[in-house]
Write a new protein. Structure first.
Length: 115
């Protein structure tokens, strides 16, 4: 099965930016629409953004629309999440997976936004 490794998280002040990366292995990456998800403390994992196989179509949760941008590089088997104008409520562990969440979850990357 494919493996997913997320990176790029950290501690940032409100209004700051981070760029997350997710490296996928073991699969034909370009065959899958991909997504980013997040899980805040005490809450369920939720959808953040998705991107089509070619990268031509994206969609976002209302809470991040206009601030986050999902992209992918199929040659590098990597999907990215550029996060701008971060808010404390964006604090969560961020995960990537296929849009249908069909692969085993990785460990995620922690994003903490201080006020």
């Amino acid at each position: 099965q494919g493996q997913l490794v997320e990176s790029g998280g950290g501690l940032v002040q409100a209004g700051g930016s981070l760029r997350l990366s997710c490296a996928a292995s073991g699969r034909t990456f370009s065959n899958y629409a991909m997504g980013w998800f997040r899980q805040a403390p005490g809450k369920e994992r939720r959808f953040v953004a998705t991107i089509s196989r070619s990268g031509g179509t994206t969609s976002y949760a209302d809470s991040v629309k206009g601030r986050f941008t999902i992209s992918r590089d199929n040659a590098k088997n990597t999907v990215y999440l550029q996060m701008n104008y971060l808010k404390p409520e964006d604090t969560a562990i961020y995960y990537c997976n296929t849009r249908r969440m069909s692969l085993p979850w990785g460990r995620g990357t922690q994003v903490t936004v201080s006020s």
